[in-house]
Design a binder for this molecule. Sequence first.
Ligand code: AMP
Length: 309
Amino acid sequence: MSLLIVGSMAFDAIETPFGKTDKIIGGAASYISLSASYFTSDIRLVSVVGGDFPHTFINNLQERGCQTEGLQIRKDEKSFFWSGRYHLDMNSRDTLTTELNVLADFDPVIPDTYQNTDYVMLGNLTPTVQRLVIERLKKRPKLIAMDTMNFWMNVAWDELMKTLALVDVLIINDEEARQLSGQYSLVKGARTIMGMGPQYVVIKKGEHGALLFHENSVFFAPALPLEDVFDPTGAGDTFAGGFMGYLAKSRHHNFANLKRAVIYGSAMASFCVEKFGTERLLELTPAEIEERVHSFVDLVQFDIELQNA
Ligand code: AMP
């Protein structure tokens, strides 16, 4: 089934305790699209880049099944640029630079060929742009998921509330969930967020896994303990791409299937952090992905005889 992805495509400069990169390709939509492309070959990309953005990467996406009619290339302008530095624990980072460039006045275009899209992933962008994408789709998709961040909660609360009311799934990290809900408990927080619109809330906890909430049910997926973590940039977006890609492939979105989607999302995120930028996501094989999903199953499977059963 088809999956429409909107988000940034960027140059990133990253510093981690293991090394430093000059401008490499990043951006939420880049990570989401690459990750989802391992599950569905009908991806419709909506984004904007400048004339400086490498065509080779766009070609890579096209070869992996991404339609790029909705990708605006503004020849005389510069692409979005972000740089960040990770702390020693790799769980937290400081943003050093954000140059919006082409993203400053991004007006998303939805080509006719993108209408009748089944699934939508709204990557982290201004909530107004995220809502414009929903409004410009003539038929409501089967499932709409979105990501957001603390910044939009601080500067665009009312807009964020309007957009949240229109989506089915919110995918955010624990710190963001706490700020959005005003609750320390993630259980209470998820309930508060579900009251804002989404029926499903996914809360990512970095190396401590992810939680999926729906009505009174909760599911937990661990993160795979990895020997080497080089660069966590894009892990959240890669999770979202795997999650939505799996749903688009399997065509169901009941709670049981969303649980599987969380496992696939977590598996994809575990690959992303193994190398800098999008590098690892360009070289995966379906067999490697299946093997990693098996590692997740092995990680949490155990036999137990309950004493008072
Ligand atoms: P993540 O590590 O999953 O939070 O995503 C990192 C990616 O988000 C990087 O590749 C950045 O280019 C992109 N990014 C950072 N800040 C923003 C922003 N304000 N708007 C859109 N994308 C951003």
